[in-house]
Ligand binder design. Structure first.
Ligand code: PLP
Length: 389
């Protein structure tokens, strides 16, 4: 009997085999022309990326984290500023305000969508305003696992209070609300091209998308040490945050596959749903937004178990079956040693608890998700999950 084919958690090999010749040719061209930094591939990729998302401007940068940082630097966010963000997200979302001297205010997430809970956001905003110590400056909404956050509501709240709205779409590139893709919501959208994201390069890379020409120009300056019109004129304190030509060439080869890959991810999610629904909690799309239904990018497929013990049993069952799994994330950010002090110093009169974020850290379990899963792969993963219940 043949051993069953191994199931990858993320699969970058199957995709590479489709475009290997194009990637090799793209890299060879760069070795020949020698413009490793700010080469023509970067300009070409930015134009294609903007067109795909429907955004007016795309600025390639060195990572998703640097995209977040450049966007915050462009607003002049720093000491004394409050930046609202979910307590249940990847560490980079919280790290950036802290690096700039601002104070992250952790907000709880919605138990159905795992994205920012708008009522909790408004509650914490009111507390910060009442204390009067920090200036509410920005909201970073995260499209966790690929599901777009409630951008119309976040945008409205930011407009009402003069705050900067930043979309951390690192897990969600390709996702949409109605017929508008992520990249066209918020004042700016940060993308990551870390290899395992829905659009990934072969190293670190990222981009900022915006419809605002002034912000796009600032982002270009900030990614290159704050340079002005000429290279040796420094207009502001920036950073080295460029996307390099070789990564841009890889992204140019991959972008044409993305539309089909998003459909394949959705197909895999539908197979999971059919196999698991009623037995474990499967991902839920937000109800109600008929005029702008959410299109999940399915960057990560996450089920929710009743508690940590049940999750441990399912994990063990999957491991015994040779099926990989992962936990995104095991600890809410306000409990991270590096961020606990900032959390305590945010709303000093006693911040409300963050029960949903804390509970989810014990319950969530992510299953293999990539565009090259077969129906048989999904059936094997689902069987391993169900055997552990
Ligand atoms: C991956 C990720 C980032 C950071 O992206 P990098 O390119 O790794 O710097 C930021 N936020 C979220 C939610 C992410 O998943």
């Amino acid at each position: 009997m043949n051993a069953p084919r191994p199931i990858a958690f993320f699969d970058m090999k199957a995709q590479q085999s489709l475009i290997r010749a194009e990637i090799d040719a793209g890299i060879a061209r760069i070795l020949d022309h020698g413009r490793f930094i700010q080469g023509p591939e970067v300009d070409a990729f930015e134009a294609q990326l903007a067109a795909f998302a429907g955004a007016k401007h795309a600025v390639g940068v060195s990572s998703g984290t640097d995209a977040l940082q450049i966007a915050m630097m462009a607003e002049g966010i720093g000491p004394g500023d409050a930046v609202f963000l979910p307590a249940f997200t990847y560490t980079a979302t919280a790290e950036v305000p802290l690096v700039l001297g601002a104070t992250p205010i952790f907000v709880d997430v919605d138990p159905a969508t795992f994205n920012l809970d708008l009522a909790d956001l408004e509650r914490r905003l009111a507390l910060v305003q009442a204390e009067g110590r920090l200036r509410p400056r920005a909201v970073i909404g995260v499209d966790l696992y690929g599901l777009p956050a409630d951008w119309p509501a976040i945008e409205a709240l930011c407009a009402q209070h003069g705050m900067f709205a930043l979309d951390d779409a690192a897990q969600a590139f390709g996702g949409a609300l109605g017929n508008r893709r992520l990249g066209t919501y918020a004042h700016a959208t940060a993308c990551s091209f870390y290899p395992t994201k829905t659009l990934g390069c072969y190293g670190d890379g990222g981009a900022l998308l915006t419809n605002d020409p002034d912000r796009a120009e600032l982002y270009r300056s900030l990614r290159t040490h704050g340079e002005g019109k000429t290279r040796y004129e420094v207009h502001r304190t920036g950073m080295n945050g460029r996307l390099d030509s070789i990564q841009a060439a890889i992204l140019i080869a991959k972008l044409p596959l993305l539309e089909t890959e998003l459909k394949s991810r959705a197909q895999a999610a539908a197979w999971y749903e059919a196999a698991l629904v009623g037995r474990v909690r499967t991902p839920q799309l937000p109800p109600g937004a008929q005029n702008a239904p959410a299109t999940h990018a399915w960057g990560i497929y996450t089920i929710t178990l009743p508690d940590a013990a049940a999750r441990g049993r399912v994990q063990a069952s999957m491991q015994a079956a040779g099926v990989p799994s992962a936990i995104y994330y095991p600890k809410p950010l306000h409990h991270q040693p590096a961020y606990a002090a900032a959390h305590a110093g945010g709303i000093t009169a006693g911040a409300p608890p963050l029960p949903v974020s804390e509970r989810l850290c014990d319950q969530v379990l992510s299953l293999p998700m990539h565009p090259y899963l077969t129906q048989d792969d999904v059936a094997r993963v689902a069987a391993a999950v169900l055997a552990g219940l």
